[in-house]
Design a protein. Structure first.
Length: 448
């Protein structure tokens, strides 16, 4: 309920109220009003001030970050304007002070700022930060080589292990920027590389270093089709360190790959599970497409285009990720790129995963083409309806011009017409001409 009220009391509505306040505030200075009219305008002005106060209170209550809301310069101005106006209602303020032009100008101050606010934009309370910082302690888990049970770990254990690793897979998620820098320093890798790999716009890639090989994989979310959670895996032949910014359960005993050491085996298993997530994502996107295809093409609601463009963006991102992942797996299978200790068995496993990635890539690409075709269909139908309306406007305009031109040429607007015809004769000829033009439009099919 609070969120709906916050959406209703939007900046657009407040702008219209501010413009209304401009009229009610300046009218007493421009016109000689009766006492009754002044009372009505004064009541309307106070109602608008009350709505300003209500909007501020509702937006503050609905804000995700209330301290940031209170520190916003535009919101500080709102508070000053509202509180300054309401202060005149205090019993200590006499009638003469309430009628001061300064207080009325203060109420109109928001109108003066409205154009600037529209230009710069005021973030609504419902919009959170583009990327909220993780809250709470990091989640650390450990999985020893050959073990089947995952154990909980501590951040200090990860830092000590990164300095001198053993045959183990350590996974950490829910990491703030400071934690990422600490992990990068402990592992001996540039923190810029770690932060770039875990950026939300990251893509599948493999980088080789003196000590570690760094594999970056965006993991599709299980709930939001537009969200991906990048994970960075630092690999050696026997050690794995994986990092993720958001909470992400990644660590599981890897599937048995005969003849593949612990490090690349864990990496290939994570790739397999990422492909499973992409397969699930492709299925969800196809289901959304089928629902959109059920909407009548001649009734394209606004939400249709919002949904299709959101769907197209998700498909484009998934297509790009799968294209890069397929290329990376093909290079691993052909030996052009390698993981520590991958070997012949690992290249064979990578070839199988590359085929699966290629199938998913084709599936996502076909779905994306279907979405584009559906968008084109709705746009063409809307354009066809617009063309029909424009044809109707052209017909009406042409038929309306005929009597106007005829009247001007025949001088029917003058008292002494120089033409030896009567008004009835001109009207009859004009009607015949209109019918002839109308028949021409009918023959062209414009009246269908």
């Amino acid at each position: 309920m609070l969120r709906r009220l916050a959406d209703f009391l939007s900046e657009t509505l407040m702008g219209f109220l501010a413009l209304a306040a401009l009229g009610t505030g300046l009218a007493p200075y421009l016109f000689a009003l009766t006492p009754a009219a002044e009372s009505v305008l004064d009541a309307a002005e106070w109602i608008i001030v009350g709505l300003f106060a209500l909007e501020y209170a509702v937006q503050l209550a609905a804000a995700d970050d209330r301290p940031a809301f209170l520190r916003d310069p535009w919101r500080i101005l709102d508070a000053v304007i509202v509180l300054g106006s309401l202060a005149s209602l205090l019993p200590a303020v006499n009638d003469a002070a309430r009628a001061m032009p300064a207080l009325r100008i203060l109420r109109l101050f928001r109108v003066l700022l409205f154009g600037v606010r529209v230009g710069h934009g005021v973030a609504p309370a419902a919009v959170a930060a583009a990327r909220a910082l993780p809250e709470g302690p990091p989640n650390v888990t450990r999985l020893a080589s050959g073990a089947s049970a995952i154990t909980a770990g501590k951040w200090e254990d990860l830092l000590r292990w990164a300095a001198s690793p053993t045959s183990e897979w350590i996974h950490a998620s829910n990491l703030a920027p400071q934690r990422l820098r600490e992990a990068a320093e402990a592992a001996g890798v540039p923190h810029v590389m770690v932060e770039a790999a875990l950026n939300e716009s990251s893509y599948p890639r493999l980088e080789s270093g003196a000590r570690w090989s760094a594999l970056t994989l965006p993991v599709p979310s299980k709930t939001d089709i537009a969200r991906r959670d990048p994970v960075l895996m630092l690999l050696t032949e026997d050690d794995v360190l994986s990092l993720a910014v958001r909470p992400l359960e990644l660590e599981k005993p890897p599937a048995p790959f005969d003849g593949i050491p612990w490090g690349p085996r864990c990496a290939l298993d994570v790739v397999r599970r990422v492909l499973e997530r992409n397969e699930d994502l492709a299925g969800r996107l196809e289901r959304e497409l089928r629902e959109l295809e059920g909407l009548p093409a001649d009734e394209s609601p606004e939400r249709f285009f919002e949904a299709t463009f959101r769907l197209k963006r998700a498909l484009s991102v998934a297509k790009g990720d799968l294209w890069r992942l397929r290329g990376l797996l093909e290079m691993l299978s052909e030996g052009r790129r390698t993981l520590p200790g991958l070997g012949e068995a690992g290249r064979s496993a990578a070839a199988g995963l590359a085929e699966e990635a290629d199938y998913l890539y084709e599936t996502v690409d076909n779905t994306r083409e279907s979405v584009l075709s559906l968008i084109d269909l709705h746009i063409n139908v809307a354009a066809h309806d617009t063309n029909r309306f424009m044809r109707l406007v052209a017909i009406v305009s042409t038929l309306g011009l005929i009597p106007a031109i005829t009247g001007g040429l025949m001088g029917m607007n003058l008292v002494d017409s120089p033409w030896p015809v009567t008004l009835g004769q001109v009207a009859f000829a004009t009607l015949i001409l209109i019918l002839g033009v109308l028949y021409a439009f009918l023959a062209k099919g414009w009246l269908k």
